[in-house]
Design a binder for this molecule. Structure first.
Ligand code: GAL
Length: 575
C-alpha cells in the first residue's frame, strides 16, 4: 500500500508488527491526505475524471505546479486504492497561437474527463482550457487517443455552441449519446450540449439545464432512468455547500434540486471539498462514489482528495463523511434493495427514509444503526388477516416488535394487539408504520440521522422521520425489487394530457388510477422551470376528461407530473 500519509504509515507499520491484518489497515481511502502512487511518487491528478475498461480504472487529473498546469496526469488501478503512474496522458506542446488552437506550455487545463467513442474506437478527452493569463477565455479543449492512457492529441479548442465554458464534464449515456455539461454565462447557468456522434464537437442541440443558480463543478451519474448531478456553488477554490439535483431528462431545464447532499459535520463546506466526478464501481449494481478535491489555493499541487460512498437506497442521494473508509461498505449498500411489495412470510429490514439506516437493536434499544449484520433487525412479516397488517417477528427468534407506550420493544410472546402494525404505503413507496393498538407511528427520535438514533412511537405524521422502506438483502432473498430510480411509467390510464390556454385537460380511463386507495383519482402537480410547485390537485377522473384550470399562471413552460399510487410521469407543457 503506497498511498498512506506519514501518520497512517506509522499506524500501518505498527499494525504490521502487532497483527497480521496490516493489509486490511492499508486498503482504505484516507481522505484529505497526500496519496502516493505505487512507485512512491505523490499523486498529482486534481479535478479527477475516471474511465473504466477491462478491469482497470484510469484516473485523469490536472497535473499542477501551483497555478501552472503541466498537462493531464493518468494513473491506473484495479482496486481504486493502489495507483500506477502512467505519466502524462496529455503533454503541453507546440507554440501559443493567436487562434487559441494549441496546448502550448503555460496554457491552463482543468477538470479533464475521458470517455470512449464506440464508433471510432477512440478515447476522447474534454477539459477546461484557458490561455494561462486568467479565466476569461472560458473554452474547452477536445483531444483524442488510441489508448485510454494516451497520448492524447489536440483536436480543437472551442466555446461549445458559442457559449462560455469553465467547470465542465462529459457524460456518456446508455444509448451512447454523450453530453457536455458546463458552467456558463459568467458561471451563472449550467448548460448541456449533445455531442456529435464522434464526441469531438457539440451538436446544435443544447439547453440551459440549471439556470441562474450559479452552480459549477458538475459530476453526473445515471441510475436506471434517473440522472443525478453533484455540483458546488461558485466560490473559486474555497469550498461551499454542495447541491444534488436529479432529472429524468438530462437536457431538461427542470432538474429537481434536492439541496446539499452532505448530512454530517462540515456539510456547509461539502466536507471541505468540491465535486469533480461520480464513479460507478465495476462489479456492483448500485455502488457509486463521490470524488472531490480539497483545494489548497496557495499551492494547488498539494491539494488533496475526498472520495466518499454515495448513499442512494432511499432514492435521495446523500453523502456521509468518513475520515477513512474501505470499499467493503458497498457490499451492503449494493445488497439492501427495496421490496416491490410486502409478501406474507418474507424477511425484510426496515430502512429509515430520513437516514438510510436500518432499524436495529443496539444496547437493548430499538434504534437506527449503520449496516451491520449483528445489529440490523431482520423481520419475518406475518400477515394477520387484517388489511396491510403484519406482525414482525425477529428472524430466528420468537420475539415480536411491540408498541409499549411511546417505545418500541422486542418481546417474546403472545398474540397481542400491540404486536400488530399497519403498513400504509405512500406514492414514494415508503410506509407509515402504524401501531394497530394505539394509532401511533414509528418515528426516529429528534429526526436524527445518526447511528444509534432511537425509534419511538409518536402521533401520526408524514414527516420523513416517520417513514420507512421495506427492504431486503438481495444476496439472501430473491424477492421482486422496486428500484427507487426506476423508469417513469405513465399511469397506464392516462390517455391524454392536453395543454390549452390556462388549463390542462387529462383523459383517464375509469377505475384505472388510484391515489391513496381511492379509485379514479390522479395526483397532478405543476412545476415551473425553477422547479417550484405552482399548482397541485387530486383530480377525480372517472371516465370523462378531467380539467385542471391554471388561471393564475403566467405564460411559459411548465412540467406537469401525473401520478397515482403506482406510477408517475412528467410532461412538459407550454401555457
Ligand atoms: C473553481 C473551479 C476550479 C478552478 C478554480 C480557480 O471555481 O471549480 O476548477 O477553476 O475555480 O479559481
Amino acid at each position: 500500500m503506497t498511498r498512506l500519509t506519514t501518520t497512517a504509515c506509522v499506524f500501518a507499520v505498527c499494525a504490521l508488527a502487532a497483527s497480521s491484518d496490516a493489509a486490511a489497515a492499508t486498503s482504505r481511502i484516507y481522505n484529505g491526505t497526500t496519496w502516493h502512487a505505487t512507485d512512491g511518487s505523490t499523486i498529482n491528478a486534481h479535478a479527477a475524471g475516471i474511465y473504466y475498461e477491462d478491469g482497470y480504472y484510469y484516473w485523469f487529473g490536472e497535473n499542477r505546479d501551483g497555478m501552472r498546469s503541466n498537462g493531464v496526469s493518468v494513473y491506473r488501478s484495479t482496486d481504486l486504492l493502489n495507483w500506477d503512474s502512467l505519466g502524462l496522458a496529455l503533454t503541453p506542446e507546440g507554440e501559443r497561437k493567436n487562434t487559441l488552437q494549441d496546448v502550448a506550455p503555460g496554457r491552463t487545463l482543468e477538470r479533464p474527463k475521458v470517455i470512449k467513442n464506440p464508433t471510432t474506437g477512440k478515447y476522447v478527452m474534454w477539459a477546461h482550457w484557458e490561455d494561462g493569463e486568467d479565466y476569461s477565455k472560458a473554452r474547452v479543449m477536445v483531444a483524442q487517443a488510441d489508448k485510454p492512457e494516451g497520448p492524447y492529441t489536440l483536436v480543437r479548442t472551442l466555446r461549445p455552441n458559442g457559449q462560455e465554458s469553465r467547470d465542465q464534464t462529459i457524460f456518456r449515456d446508455d444509448d451512447n449519446k454523450a453530453y457536455h455539461i458546463r458552467s456558463s454565462e459568467e458561471n451563472m447557468t449550467l448548460q448541456c450540449s449533445l455531442l456529435s456522434d464522434d464526441y469531438l464537437a457539440p451538436t446544435d442541440t443544447y439547453e440551459r439545464i440549471i439556470p441562474g443558480k450559479q452552480y459549477e463543478a458538475p459530476a453526473i451519474l445515471k441510475i436506471n432512468e434517473t440522472y443525478i448531478g453533484f455540483f458546488s456553488g461558485c466560490t473559486g477554490w474555497r469550498p461551499n455547500p454542495g447541491h444534488v439535483c436529479t432529472t429524468r431528462d438530462i437536457m431538461s431545464n427542470n432538474w429537481n434540486d434536492l439541496g446539499n447532499p452532505c448530512v454530517d459535520d462540515n456539510a456547509s463546506t461539502t466536507y471541505t471539498s468540491q465535486p469533480t466526478y461520480a464513479l460507478k464501481l465495476a462489479g456492483y449494481d448500485y455502488a457509486y462514489m463521490y470524488l472531490g478535491d480539497r483545494w489548497n489555493s496557495s499551492n494547488v499541487q498539494t491539494s488533496t482528495y475526498v472520495w466518499l460512498p454515495i448513499f442512494l437506497r432511499t432514492g435521495t442521494p446523500f453523502l456521509r463523511y468518513y475520515e477513512s473508509w474501505d470499499l467493503s461498505i458497498f457490499d451492503t449498500l449494493d445488497a439492501i434493495r427495496r421490496a416491490a411489495a410486502i409478501e406474507d412470510g418474507n424477511t425484510y429490514v426496515l430502512l429509515s427514509r430520513l437516514a438510510d439506516r436500518m432499524v436495529s437493536l443496539s444496547a437493548g434499544k430499538v434504534c437506527l444503526y449503520d449496516d451491520n449484520d449483528s445489529k440490523n433487525l431482520s423481520f419475518v412479516f406475518e400477515a394477520t388477516g387484517e388489511p396491510d397488517t403484519y406482525k414482525l417477528r425477529r428472524a430466528d427468534t420468537d420475539s415480536y416488535l411491540r408498541a409499549s407506550g411511546s417505545s418500541v420493544v422486542l418481546e417474546d410472546g403472545a398474540d397481542l394487539e400491540t404486536q400488530k402494525w399497519v403498513f400504509e404505503r405512500s406514492s414514494d413507496n415508503f410506509y407509515s408504520i402504524v401501531s394497530k393498538a394505539t394509532g401511533k407511528v414509528l418515528s426516529v427520535k429528534d429526526a436524527s440521522m445518526a447511528s444509534g438514533a432511537e425509534i419511538e412511537l409518536i402521533e401520526k405524521t408524514t414527516a420523513a422521520k416517520a417513514r420507512f422502506g421495506v427492504y431486503f438483502d438481495h444476496r439472501k432473498f430473491d424477492y421482486e425489487e422496486d428500484n427507487p430510480f426506476g423508469a417513469p411509467v405513465v399511469p397506464a390510464a392516462v390517455e391524454n394530457v392536453t395543454p390549452d390556454a390556462g388549463r390542462i385537460t387529462l383523459t383517464i380511463a375509469p377505475g384505472a388510477v388510484t391515489v391513496s386507495g381511492v379509485a379514479n383519482v390522479a395526483k397532478v402537480m405543476v412545476y415551473d422551470v425553477a422547479g417550484r410547485c405552482v399548482a397541485q390537485r387530486s383530480l377525480l377522473c372517472g371516465g370523462a376528461a378531467a380539467t385542471m384550470m391554471l388561471n393564475n399562471l403566467n405564460a411559459g413552460i411548465y412540467i406537469v407530473t401525473v401520478s397515482d399510487d403506482n406510477s408517475s410521469a412528467s410532461i412538459k407543457i407550454a401555457l
